[in-house]
Design a protein. Structure first.
Lengths: 656, 493
């Protein structure tokens, strides 16, 4: 794929400045050389995952049956471990290093030069570390979760592919490369959601996931084509320069910006392209871990990188904020009424990604990264605990669960830590993130605070509600026997619990920086956020909860519950608008094709000397040649009659 | 050298037809396979000797045939013909290979196959308008028989429709050629002398319109397309592969070679309308494909949509878009060839192509898992997933055309989005879900049946990752097509 590569040194002196002391031991030299090598070949990391996927093909298709499908899983886990280590070494050595970029001249034709670039910076390598880390944990988790599945090789192969695409997005510094990888992500989401393809719900879920994301991707492609046609280079740094001297009229740039945000809207499951994430819960749980933590983040990551372009048009930034706000509040509310364990969590994913959209719209890029990180880690943990519960109880309807708390301590702890990490109440990830948002360095407004308060409160209610239903109370029939999960699932869960608890330390250096201005909003924001979390938990702890399929008697309450439980009837709305439009159009064009266009043709053939009967029944082969000769003969005749008159005919036409 | 591409298949085809009837019918098949193999090898040799940095014809052959008619036997190859010639020899080999071994009337069948291949090569290599026309017409005969003799239930109707349409197409193309020679006052039909004449714009338009309609029938472009779905549905799998993979390219080849090459001024005038027509055709094909119940019809309508991108790129006439249109021709040839092969396997094993009847074919034990996976690959390539050749060719088409015709390009982009819709609906219905009991005793797919599709998948991925391998052949020539004899075109926008 890569014909040749060269390193563009942004700073000649400092790239190789790994502090080679005057001692100059051989050891040190070798070590430095190796690290340099690892840094320069960081782009191999995504390829490890891809290689794992390729290696598991023989097991996927059953060419190797003797060993069972397990070796494919081990190969993939090994490859992910390899990429985790490679990346970890690089990550520990490039702190304080300037950003490097490697450019691969991929393809150039005519006046178009398509070079792919990757970026080696603490942010990109850190993102890669997060990807490989969570992928590693999810795969080990899957070893336990998918133990009895016959297609485990296919699953791990797809996970490897998934990880490769995600890792590529983390490193990519080129819009075209990112676009390509986002598309591959769409493809692998389709295949992973459709993993159990024999179930009818899975089939529609996979289709919807692909098509919804595809809508976003096509709009994104339109944006890329337009950007590239207007002379902007397609690496993010070129785009940044281009944005500063943008020659385009505001209307065009607004359209381009709107097209560019459409891709991330689809990927991050934002309104109005949010339903696929919810439906995607039909897929296997380990894939849901990836999807809800890092896949949605991948879309946001591209969004953050494109931020300079959005700044050119206020309409686009407003659109980002409005979409983010609608999804943040709407998603939180929908989650309240869900009774499927995974769906309660997935809607809150949309909601927090909505906050990321708001942050990008306001230009607070660092905050966006922080939310992505803290939310990603905590949500992965929540999905692991949900996966454990589903495996143990074989059910995911929360009204049928209960009393798991004492029986599965590790899972319970994971759920508690995960939800605490997402709700801003205890000094864990999200609270420190919010505090750094409101520490006075950034321009914040009251409405932002209000949105955060609502989101925090509603999510607190939701998580507490789910906790009470699932972990507290009396044992239900399904949870009578609920042993703790095997070690393959417990170890990732415990490790991620620890990471979630440590997350605030990683975000601390942002929040501790002194505030330059102290306004009312800055002073009161943090206490208000904590109070909202507390109130949410209290409401969640004391609202009456029903088991089974009970619906409220009061009509108003029932309407509201239905409205939320059915996702504001969005799928119904799509069904009667977009889907109906396309399918009717398809029916109409097919009808036209059959009766109008083909009808005219058949009519002509009837009217001509070659009647319809000849057309239908004559297959002997002889008379067709006769017809062919007639056609050619007649044409020659007409032409020879007209041959003397060409000039006159042309002159006649030229008069017009 | 170039004559071999035409005459080896044609002579062998005549020989096969007149061979005595052997008991062992595989002999005919082997002769045809060897012939097709020789052509592929010749093509590889040609590729090694082909110089990519030279503008204009290479390996030219020329002698005067009928001087009073202006018909000369002029052959030559350049960057535009070369990729298409390769496509033709490759797909002919594949088509012969995937023919069932127990086919009826094998002598006649293989004879027609080879005749078709020779005729198409001749059309791509001809450097004389009348010679091109001859090959363009010759190719109709074997194809007509291939559909009418070995086709499905309604083959007579489909073959007749194909015949009438294509005969009309040839007639219109001939009108345009004759008119061109007449008006320019030349006594020869050779390309080069004719290119140097500059007619008035009006007369160019008058000649361009019949040419365009003739070629639109062949490509096919809405509203001249209705013969294609019928022909595909009735034709057997190998014939469909050739029809979609190679024969449609004759039309787009004609657009680039004659439309832009001879009627440059008129082309610029007509281009905006052509672009709009391309947009409509892409959307129309996609919409029709959504509602189809027959897998082959879905693929056939997707061909209509994808060939419209070639027209869009040709209309835009930028350096990039001309390159893109050549690339799109090749990529469509590979992808649609692969799709037809795979649909053919499904049909052969299940006896049906009805999307409402087929279900759950991905089943690993009783279904067709590898065929299903390959179809998913082909479908993704067709809907433009990066990493495969469909993406880069479509991206170049859109990127090349957008600066000139933004609205038609956006229409075509919507068409790409719809590609995913119809193919996904098809894959979901046919391959996902639970295998129905009546489908659960399917015959095994042999490796020998998978090899052609695997090979095409390999090419699709390789060219997708490294498109230079394909574009290097045509890059200089694309510029030459555009600027011709150092004349530059001035654009309106």
């Amino acid at each position: 794929m890569v014909s040749e590569s060269f390193i563009e040194k942004s700073d000649q002196t400092s790239t190789h400045c790994y502090k080679i002391d005057s001692l100059c031991c051989d050891d040190l030299l070798i070590k430095t050389g190796m690290i340099n090598f690892l840094v320069e070949y960081i782009w191999l990391v995504p390829l490890y995952g891809l290689l794992g996927a390729v290696f598991s093909l023989p097991w996927c298709f059953g060419f190797i049956r003797k060993t069972g499908p397990r070796p494919a899983a081990y190969i993939n886990i090994f490859m992910t471990l390899l990429s985790f280590i490679h990346d970890g070494v690089v990550f520990s050595h490039i702190w304080q290093q300037p950003t490097q970029s490697i450019i691969f001249p991929w393809f150039s034709i005519a006046d178009l030069d398509l070079s792919l670039a990757i970026e080696i910076s603490p942010v990109s390598v850190g993102a890669l570390q997060l990807v490989t880390g969570i992928s590693l944990l999810a795969q080990v988790f899957a070893l336990g979760y998918m133990e009895k599945d016959w297609a485990i090789a296919r699953f791990f192969g797809l996970m490897g592919f998934f990880e490769a695409a995600l890792g590529g997005i983390a490193l990519s510094d080129s819009l075209l490369l990112s676009y390509g990888l986002l598309e591959l992500l769409t493809l692998s989401t389709y295949l992973l959601v459709g993993f159990w393809y024999a179930q009818p719900l899975v089939v529609t879920a996979a289709r919807d996931a692909f098509l919804t994301k595809r809508v976003g991707d096509i709009l994104l492609l339109m944006g890329i084509v337009a950007l590239s046609s207007d002379g902007a280079g397609l690496t993010f740094s070129q785009l940044q320069n281009w944005a500063q001297t943008s020659p385009l009229p505001p209307f065009t740039i607004t359209l381009i910006g709107l097209a560019l945000i459409a891709g991330p809207i689809g990927k991050c499951a934002q309104f109005p392209l949010n339903l696929w994430l919810d439906e995607g819960m039909e897929g296997p749980s380990p894939a849901s871990i990836m999807r809800n933590s890092i896949v949605v983040s991948a879309g946001a990551y591209v969004l953050i990188k494109l931020e300079p372009v959005f700044n050119l048009s206020p309409v686009v930034t407003d659109a980002l904020i409005i979409i983010g706000a609608i999804t943040a509040i709407g998603g939180s509310l929908i989650a309240l009424a869900q009774i499927d364990l995974k769906r309660t969590l997935s809607h809150s994913t949309s909601a927090y990604l909505g906050l990321v959209f708001i942050a990008v719209g306001l230009g607070h890029v660092n905050i966006a990264f922080l939310i992505l990180f803290t939310h990603g880690v905590a949500k992965a943990l929540l999905f692991m605990s949900a996966g454990s519960i589903i495996l143990t109880t074989s059910g995911q309807n929360i009204t049928e669960l209960g009393g798991i708390g004492s029986k599965m301590p590790c899972t319970t702890l994971a759920y508690m830590t995960g939800s605490a990490g997402i709700i801003a109440l205890l000094p864990l990830g999200m609270l420190t993130t919010f505090s750094s948002w409101f520490n006075g360095n950034l321009k914040v407004t009251w409405w932002l605070l209000i949105i955060l308060l609502i989101v925090n409160l509603v999510n607190a209610v939701n998580f507490t509600r789910v906790f009470r239903l699932v972990f507290l109370g009396k044992s239900q029939p399904k949870t009578k026997r609920a042993p703790e999960v095997p070690w393959q699932m417990a170890i990732p869960m415990v490790s991620l619990t620890i990471i979630t608890l440590l997350a605030p330390f990683l975000t601390l250096n942002y929040s501790l920086s002194s505030s330059t201005s102290s306004s009312m909003i800055v002073t009161y924001s943090l206490p208000l956020i904590m109070v909202s979390g507390l109130i949410g938990c209290l409401i969640g702890a004391f609202i009456p909860l029903r088991r089974g399929w009970n619906r409220p008697i009061q009509k108003s309450l029932r309407v509201i519950q239905d409205l939320l439980a059915y996702d504001f009837y969005l799928d119904k709305i799509y069904e009667v608008t977009v889907v109906a439009f396309i399918s009717n159009l398809a029916q109409f064009t097919t009808w036209c094709d059959r009766y109008v266009i083909d009808g005219v043709v058949n009519l002509v053939s009837l009217v001509t000397v070659f009647s319809g009967n000849t057309l239908k029944y004559n297959t002997s082969g002889q008379s067709q040649f006769y017809i062919l000769t007639i056609i050619i003969g007649v044409s020659l005749l007409i032409w020879s009659i007209l041959s003397g008159q060409w000039q006159n005919i042309i002159n006649f036409w030229s008069l017009f | 050298m170039l004559s071999l591409f035409i005459w080896i298949p044609i002579i062998i085809s005549i020989i096969i037809c007149f061979l005595p009837s052997f008991k062992n019918t595989l002999i005919y098949r082997n002769i045809a396979l060897i012939t097709a193999g020789i052509i592929v090898i010749l093509n590889i040799i040609l590729g090694f000797n082909f110089q990519t940095d030279i503008v204009g014809l290479q390996f030219s052959e020329s002698f005067i045939w009928l001087s009073w008619l202006g018909l000369g036997y002029d052959l030559g190859i350049d960057g535009l013909s070369f990729p298409l010639l390769c496509l033709n020899s490759l797909l002919t080999l594949i088509a012969v290979y995937i023919t069932p071994k127990d086919i009826q009337r094998p002598r006649f069948y293989y004879g027609m196959m080879l005749l078709l291949s020779g005729g198409v090569s001749g059309a791509f290599l001809a450097q004389n308008l009348l010679l091109f026309f001859l090959f363009y017409e010759i190719e109709i005969v074997p194809l007509y028989f291939l559909i009418a003799v070995w086709g499905g239930a309604k083959r007579g109707y489909a073959a007749m429709k194909f015949l009438l349409y294509t005969a009309l197409s040839g007639f219109l193309v001939l009108i345009s050629f004759l008119g061109l020679v007449w008006l320019s006052g030349e006594s020869t039909f050779a390309f080069e002398p004719l290119k140097s004449h500059s007619l008035t714009v009006n007369s160019q338009i008058l000649l361009l319109i019949p040419l365009l309609i003739g070629l639109f029938i062949k490509i096919p472009i809405f509203p001249f397309h209705t013969w294609l779905p019928d022909a595909h549905v009735e034709a057997s799998t190998p014939v469909s592969v050739l029809l979609a993979g190679v024969l449609l390219k004759l039309g787009t080849y004609g657009l680039l070679r004659f439309g832009i090459g001879f009627f440059r001024d008129a082309w610029v005038v007509c281009a905006p309308y052509l672009a709009i027509l391309a947009g409509i055709s892409a959307l129309y094909g996609a919409c029709c494909a959504i509602a189809q119940k027959d897998m082959k019809k879905v693929v056939a309508y997707s061909s209509i949509a994808h060939m419209a991108y070639v027209l869009l790129a040709a209309a835009a006439t930028t350096r990039l878009s001309i390159n893109a249109s050549i690339l799109q021709m090749v990529s469509h040839g590979l992808i649609s060839g692969m799709l037809f092969i795979l649909v053919g396997i499904v049909y052969k094993k299940t006896g049906s192509r009805d999307v409402d009847y087929l279900r759950g074919l991905l089943n690993p034990e009783k279904g067709l898992p590898i065929t299903g996976s390959l179809i998913i690959v082909a479908v993704m390539a067709s809907s433009g997933i990066p990493g495969m050749v469909g993406f880069i060719s479509e991206f170049l088409v859109f990127r090349g055309s957008f600066p000139i015709f933004p609205i038609p390009t956006l229409l075509c982009l919507v068409g790409t989005g719809l590609t995913a819709v119809y193919f996904l609906l098809m894959v979901n219905k046919v391959f996902f879900g639970r295998l129905t009991p009546e489908l659960s005793n399917l015959p095994k797919v042999l490796w020998s049946e998978r090899i052609p599709a695997l090979f095409l998948a390999f090419l699709i991925v390789i060219f997708g990752l490294q498109p230079n391998l394909m574009t290097r052949w045509s890059e200089t020539e694309a510029t030459a097509i555009l600027y011709g004899n150092q004349q530059s075109i001035t654009y309106k926008n």
